[in-house]
Ligand binder design. Structure first.
Ligand code: NAD
Length: 483
């Protein structure tokens, strides 16, 4: 199949924090891949803007090294890499000072699409937004991209939204959640809303429960001190897991456009039930031989912050009333795996002898490390010997059938190209983020008020045993965490 990559409009993308970890590991290697695919016009420019005292040549050397380190196989294409690097520029700016801003103004081509990626600490968003306006660098058509964390509670999220709103319209703000940029997340919407098969079953009459798991094998490592102020609820649940839950649970939007999709997601968040304390399990990974414990990694022997969380919640609307949604995420678990599992109900009556539960239909959607979607269906085991049933996975990614058309676009690449195209569908709107904190805040405040102590769990496990009980108590079992 012929590749259908369509070049985006000519653009100038300014990356504030262009020398930082995120820019070097994700944003710049991603842009290089879009360049290789032919999606980035030859005339487009990427302008790194940060505090380090560099010139264009110094920045280009830095980016070349970053792409060699993080760019995978493609980085070996040195000729193309040199051509890409030639499209990079650099300006030294201080978000809190006045140096560099006039130079940046001179560099920008106002006739092209202008986007400003705030890959810096959120405490600098206000300063950046203000100076972009004072120096007349941003106008009403400019776009700004902001990174997580978007606040640490409802109040701080409101403040951030208000700060950005002083200078930018909501239509100009792109809040990144890279989980939404995954191919499979879009495929999930295609499968749900492009087929007649699923919609009649997508409700409490036919779905028994839904699980969302985001498991990591890494600990908090060098980010320990930072992470300790946040924890799994703020770092993962409030954003990534909630976004996945919204896409699974939302009603069909009337059209596939940014606001219609985000309106539906918002309704899901607003319909989320408060979570009862006995429906939450928090954990901290224990020491394992020479491997430090969470508290050692965090440098806080009295830390009550969770590196693992499992919870059960429900969505109070006609479609989902009574269907449990089980969410879990954690660090130092047995495998790196992000998966959504939709478990359908048992058949009302089976004409075949055998175990009912074994023959449940299950839709599994993997986001990490590999993307994929399978529907478990029951068929007759081929061959003679009577009617024996067997469960087989029906592959719904059709990677082989579509080979050649899908050059595995990483989430960051896709999202940055969406910014240039002006498509906000896969970005969080301000009211969604606030609604998510509105649901999360009372849960966190409850732990703080009770002095809730996380349970220890073994590194390389599936989390504390109590997390298993959360489902066992209701006669269910988590799916295996496997890569
Ligand atoms: P970093 O500390 O590696 O880089 C920070 C960048 O900001 C540097 O380029 C630095 O020069 C620049 N900077 C700092 N102070 C400045 C100032 N006063 N004026 C101008 N530039 C200034 O941080 P990072 O890990 O790249 O993270 C950037 C943002 O992205 C943060 O908000 C972070 O929470 C978020 N984020 C990072 C990751 C990641 O994997 N690193 C993942 C998700 C979100």
């Amino acid at each position: 199949m012929v590749s259908r990559v369509i070049p985006v409009e000519d653009f100038d993308l300014v990356i504030f924090g262009g020398t930082g970890d995120l820019a070097r590991r994700k944003i710049l290697p991603g842009l290089f891949r879009r360049y290789l695919s032919g999606q980035m016009p030859d005339t487009s420019r990427i302008i790194g803007a940060a505090r380090s005292d560099l010139d264009d040549a110094g920045y280009r050397d830095m980016v070349r090294e970053a792409i060699a380190e993080f760019g995978g196989e493609e980085a070996k294409n040195t000729q193309e890499l040199s051509a890409f690097i030639a499209q990079l520029h650099y300006v030294t700016v201080d978000a809190k000072g006045d140096g560099g801003w006039s130079e940046l103004h001179e560099m920008i081509r106002f006739e092209a699409v202008n986007a400003f990626y705030f890959s810096v600490a959120p405490s600098l968003f206000g300063d950046l937004a203000e100076r972009l306006h004072t120096y007349k660098i941003a106008d009403k058509d400019s776009r700004v991209v902001v990174e997580k964390p978007f606040g640490r509670d409802l109040d701080t999220a409101r403040e951030l939204n208000a700060t950005l709103a002083q200078h930018f319209d909501e239509k100009q703000i792109y809040r990144i959640d890279h989980y939404l940029g995954k191919e499979t997340v879009q495929n999930l919407m295609a499968v749900r809303f492009g087929n007649i098969l699923f919609e009649p079953l997508w409700n409490n009459h036919y779905v028994d429960h839904i699980e969302i798991t985001v498991a990591e094998t890494v600990g908090v490592g060098g980010r320990g001190a930072y992470y300790d102020k946040s924890g799994a609820m703020r770092d993962m649940v409030q954003n990534h897991l909630m976004q996945l839950l919204c896409l699974i649970a939302m009603e069909a939007p009337s059209v596939f456009d940014a606001d219609a999709v985000r309106d539906e997601k918002l309704k899901v968040i607003r319909a989320l039930q408060p979570v009862e304390p006995h429906h939450i399990v928090r954990g901290q990974y224990d020491r394992a031989g020479d491997e430090p414990s969470y508290r050692e990694d965090a440098g806080n022997e009295r830390s009550f912050t969770e590196s693992f969380i499992a919870m059960r919640t429900e969505i109070a609307n006609w479609r989902w009333a009574g269907v449990p949604f089980y969410l879990r995420t954690g660090k130092k678990l047995k495998a790196r795996a992000s998966e959504i599992v939709v478990v359908f109900k048992d058949l009302g009556h089976s004409i075949f002898p055998g175990d009912q539960e074994r023959h449940r239909n299950i839709l599994s959607i993997q986001l990490q490390p590999n993307e994929g979607m399978q529907l478990r269906v029951t068929i007759k085991e081929p061959g003679p010997g009577g009617m024996r049933l067997v469960d087989v996975p029906l592959d719904m990614t059709f990677a082989e059938a579509l080979e050649g058309d899908n050059d595995t676009v990483d989430a960051y690449e896709r999202l940055i190209m969406d910014v240039i195209r002006g498509n906000q569908t896969l970005f969080m709107r301000g009211d969604e983020v606030e609604a998510a904190w509105e649901w999360t805040d009372p849960i966190i405040q409850g732990w703080e008020a009770r002095g809730d102590v996380p349970k220890l769990y073994d590194q390389g496990s599936a989390g504390p045993d109590d997390a298993l009980l959360l489902m066992h108590r209701e006669g269910r079992r988590w799916s295996q965490i496997k890569a």
